[in-house]
Design a protein around this ligand. Structure first.
Ligand code: PFF
Length: 451
């Protein structure tokens, strides 16, 4: 079953940039700033940081080590180590297969906005009904979705080193530079500094168990955990690359960009709305309705808007590439198809599934599942139900079935595992308990929301 010529990243930089590319995505740009503003600013940042260096660190280390140890994609990795856990590999594989199509629909919207801003239609994009008119028409969003998923498939087709690594090495540094430019520019707007204070000053009255749950949910999403991605990328990591320090660097990248995204968005939106945080909006409305209005009021807003949507496109592309690669590698490993055929099959599958989400705002808006539109339903079922289940069983698998020592041995191939004690405690006790809490709370939340 093991492919003798399994591809690999060329070295540490290639691996870290590709994995950071997967982690840094739409989640960092529209989800993190919104959650930070909602859950008490600085106190949310602090909670998130503590969870990132404990919980996030342990889970990411475990996933990358599982991939590198087995040299297989997620389905093969679990079953190779214990046949009874094959179900976990299949469950984890379903997550990127469900996320990729709807993520690409949103990627299509980003592409459309980039083109609108760069061709001088930024003012139109700031119009009150521009966004709802755009997604409410059946044809255009489908076209942008096809362009976006086509671009993603093209990179995956070129393979691990010549496609994914190459693109990440260009896009990730550009993304960092653009984020810093847009953030600094936003901070020069009159009134923005109050927004910075609002963003980073801890409001202890807003701290509760929900803050921790929200931060933890965001951590999964942001670090691309519990969906087989890090296992797949780990399987392409060379044995002489230091795993522990790679994980740390990916975390710095992901958390750093999330923080800068907050600086790009919160102060400018805060100043624009005259200090009314409720005006921030969330998800699509923040990025596609509020922000264009903010850009419109800025001097040079057309350019800043273009740079912003370019960086969002780069962040989204490197993430959807990792989602697609995870599915393609399973098809290659399991069915022994070559990369070209596997890519074509996954592409076709995504087109069909993506249409469900895309047309959910127009022709098929009457189709809902448990009261949600298709895109929202796919987002809910993966992030709030499947990912916590996969993460919980991954902890049980590592903590009690193969035992933490199996991971520790893999990490120690390149020297001492400095955070070994922390890893042990988190994976066996802290993480499984917290994950159960997230699962219960998110399902209850939806349940209460429905009834
Ligand atoms: N980590 C990426 C992001 O934050 O956007 C990729 C991703 C993870 C996308 C989880 C979607 C998802 F549900």
């Amino acid at each position: 079953m093991i492919n003798e010529k399994r591809s690999s990243f060329s070295g540490k930089i290639g691996f870290v940039l590709a994995a950071a590319g997967s982690a840094v995505g739409l989640g960092n740009i529209w989800r993190f700033p919104y959650l930070a503003a909602k859950y008490g600013g600085g106190i949310f940042l602090l909670t998130y940081l503590i969870l990132a260096i404990t919980f996030g660190f342990a889970l990411m280390t475990a996933e990358i080590a599982l991939g590198r140890k087995t040299g297989l994609s997620v389905v093969g990795a679990f079953s190779k180590l214990n046949r009874k856990f094959s179900f976990l590999g299949y469950l984890a594989a379903l997550v990127p297969a469900i996320i990729l199509p709807y993520y690409s629909v949103i990627g299509g919207w980003v592409t459309k906005y980039l083109v609108a801003f760069s061709t001088g239609s930024g003012v139109a994009a700031a119009g009150e009904t521009y966004f709802t008119d755009f997604i409410g028409a059946a044809g255009e969003p489908v076209g942008w979705f096809l362009i976006y998923i086509g671009l993603t498939a093209l990179v995956v087709l070129f393979g691990v080193e010549k496609g994914i690594e190459k693109v990440s090495k260009i896009m990730m540094p550009v993304l960092v530079v653009l984020s810093v430019i847009v953030a600094i520019y936003g901070l020069t707007i009159p009134g923005a500094i109050d927004g910075v204070k609002y963003y980073i000053t801890p409001d202890f009255t807003k701290f509760s168990a929900t803050t921790v749950l929200a931060a933890m949910g965001q951590l999964f999403y942001s670090m691309s955990l519990a969906m087989g991605i890090m296992i797949t990328y780990g399987s392409y990591m060379k044995k002489d690359v230091n795993l522990e320090s790679s994980v740390k660097q990916i975390e710095y990248f992901d958390t750093g960009i999330a923080f800068i995204a907050g600086l790009m968005i919160i102060p400018a939106t805060y100043a624009f709305s005259g200090g009314a945080p409720e005006a921030l909006g969330k998800g699509p409305s923040l990025m596609f309705a509020t922000l264009p209005k903010v850009f419109e009021t800025m001097a040079g807003g057309q350019i800043i808007g273009t740079l912003f949507f370019l960086l969002v496109l780069f962040a989204a592309l490197t993430s959807s590439i990792s989602l697609m690669e995870t599915v393609v590698s399973i098809v290659c490993d399991k069915l022994h198809w070559n990369r070209k055929i596997a890519c074509a099959a996954v592409f076709m599958f995504c087109v069909v599934m993506g249409l469900l989400s895309c047309l959910g705002y127009s022709a098929w808006s009457a189709v809902t599942v448990i009261g949600m539109q298709m895109l929202d339903f796919f987002d809910f079922i993966t992030n709030s139900v499947m990912m916590p289940i996969v993460a919980f069983f991954t902890c049980i698998f590592v903590g009690y079935v193969i035992k933490p020592q199996a991971i520790i041995d893999e990490v120690e191939l390149t020297g001492k595992f400095k955070k070994k004690a922390l890893f042990n405690v988190v994976i066996k006790y802290f993480a499984p308990i917290c994950i159960l809490a997230i699962l219960i709370s998110s399902v209850l939340d939806a349940y209460i929301g429905i009834f």
